[in-house]
Design a protein around this ligand. Structure first.
Ligand code: HAM
Length: 505
């Protein structure tokens, strides 16, 4: 009855439309079924949360490559198996045990590259780079695959970045490359140490191998099973064994530096002098031989300063390989290079809590209310991107409150708000997220207006967070403006006045 009277007394007030719920989908729980496939052992996803580490290391590597004149090369991930058998060496652990090798349709043997050096040497020959003015400086970055027993810092797929320099045998090159490899690690905030050794030229090594074999033959019964095999196949690798018993025996083994011929000794001494000049901290490690057959003269690894002895400690490794190009069928070409192990570097950054810059975030958020506004914002996003402004949005959402909450969470400097009223007026709101101040600007002039604001230095983000209650009020205000309605408070204010009247009546 009172409602009828109300209708007779006054024409019905338009009722505010309900605030539309956010349209973000809530996804259902997965159904029970066969288990979801997992990543293979030793292989990892690199999630968005870790990308800032990757970005830091990659940018630094690219910057160094650029400054030192190393040009990027990318080789295929799959290569003929023969490339590694010939290049890296048949008797190396890498070729014997660690390669992902398969027959392509039962015909050709192929291998997922276990490293970049042999493929780059192949490319050097295939593309006649020896005809170009030397030296050739190349920079690489990409995944490599080794079928190793996975553990912390040892994966089956991992990323190597590296540099290779062809056509220069001067010892200054070795020191220069060690310096570049060390600089990246130092400059991203790690305390590292270079371990360096010389395995001499082929002639020095032949003499040394005989001495080494003579020594180890007397210890045969005391060494591990693996080392017994190394004794026959790859005696230099005896020095690499990490088994306690073998480490003790190694302590008394002849050292290669004592068996270098004049030329090899000379080369090594000069490398060390240049390292002194460059003030690169290094440690002579007479047992460092590296596992790959192509090395000659200088070999090095860079390790974290606090755990130089630990397994999987090497963050980078490399050396000179003057014979590789010839082994693969090219002309005699001296070469030197190194590879960084990117996952290990990132693990170390995390372990040491090294501060890493956040990835650039959006500066501006686009919030829209209603379909016409959505369409305009869709186009505006493109315009802003062309101007180099980083933008975030939730185009599929309708609730302004939810959008402003996202904008707040993202820490953008400005939010552009477009409701139906603004669409009709040809305007748009620019909200400064720090101060909360909103300015109405001509929609056509929003890009220059925003650029001007962004050019001003950002205030430290200390402003009070936008309270959801404020946002709700704003959202409602906008909605009412959109529908040209009065705010709900006014309707509510009138109703209590009318109700007593009806009661009295
Ligand atoms: P490498 O020492 O075998 O050298 O590998 C380089 C770096 O890759 C290592 O220092 C380490 O940081 C990382 N690494 C090696 N194995 C793994 C693994 N299983 N999981 C994660 N990281 C690993 C080479 O590959 C040579 N091609 C380097 C070179 C370039 N020599 C001359 N030029």
């Amino acid at each position: 009855m009172p409602k009828v009277i109300k209708k007779l007394v006054a024409p019905p007030k338009p009722v505010a439309p309900p605030i539309p719920p956010p349209t973000t989908e809530v996804l259902p729980k997965p159904k029970k079924g066969p288990p979801t496939p997992q990543t293979l052992r030793g292989m990892k996803d690199i999630l968005p949360v870790d990308q800032k580490y990757w970005s830091l290391v990659r940018r630094k590597a690219e910057e160094l490559a650029d400054v030192y004149g190393f040009q990027r090369i990318d080789t295929p991930i799959l290569e003929e198996t023969a490339l590694f058998v010939r290049g890296v060496g048949k008797a190396t652990d890498m070729v014997e045990k660690e390669m992902f090798t398969f027959l392509d349709l039962g015909e050709e043997s192929m291998t997922l590259r276990p490293e970049h050096t042999a493929p780059i040497a192949r490319a050097f020959i295939n593309h006649g780079m020896w005809n170009l003015p030397q030296p050739i400086r190349l920079f690489d970055w990409g995944p490599v695959f080794r079928h190793e027993r996975p553990q912390a810092g040892r994966y089956r797929q991992f990323t190597q970045g590296g540099m290779e320099l062809f056509g220069d045998r001067h010892p200054v090159i070795d020191a220069h490359l060690i310096h570049v490899a060390w600089s990246l690690l130092k400059e991203i905030g790690l305390e590292v140490l270079v371990q360096v050794n010389s395995i001499g030229d082929v002639a020095s090594r032949e003499v040394y191998k005989e001495k080494l074999l003579a020594y180890y033959r007397t210890k045969r019964s005391a060494i591990c099973e693996n080392c017994k095999k190394r004794l026959l196949k790859n005696p230099m690798r005896l020095l690499d064994c990490k088994e306690d018993g073998c480490v003790a025996i190694r302590a008394e083994a002849p050292q290669i530096v004592d068996h270098l011929n004049e030329e090899s000794k000379n080369h090594f001494v000069r490398v060390l002098e240049y390292l002194d000049e460059l003030q690169v901290p290094y440690q002579l490690n007479p047992h460092l031989v590296r596992g790959l057959d192509y090395y000659t003269h200088t070999v090095f690894e860079i390790v974290s300063a606090d755990e130089s002895d630990a397994a999987q400690a090497a963050l980078a490794g490399g050396g000179r390989y003057d014979g590789l190009i010839e082994t693969l069928g090219g002309p005699p070409t001296p070469a030197c290079g190194f590879g960084w192990g990117i996952e290990r570097i990132i693990l170390k950054l995390k372990e040491k809590n090294v501060p890493v810059p956040e990835l650039p975030m959006a500066e501006v958020y686009l919030a829209q209310l209603g379909e016409p506004a959505r369409r305009r914002m869709l186009a505006l996003f493109g315009q802003l991107r062309v101007e180099g402004i980083r933008v975030a949005e939730n185009f599929s959402r309708d609730a302004l409150k939810a959008q402003l909450e996202v904008a707040n969470r993202l820490g953008v400097r400005f939010t552009l708000i477009l409701g139906q009223k603004e669409v009709l007026d040809g305007t748009i709101l620019i909200r400064d997220m720090d101060s909360g101040i909103q300015e109405i600007v001509d929609f056509k002039k929003v890009v220059p207006a925003l650029k001007k604001k962004l050019a001003q230095p950002a205030l430290p983000r200390g402003g009070a967070p936008v309270e959801p209650a404020t946002l709700v009020a704003e959202e409602e205000k906008l909605l009412f403006e959109e529908a040209k309605l009065e705010p709900e408070e006014k309707i509510e204010e009138k109703e209590p006045e009318e109700k007593p009247k009806h009661k009295k009546a």
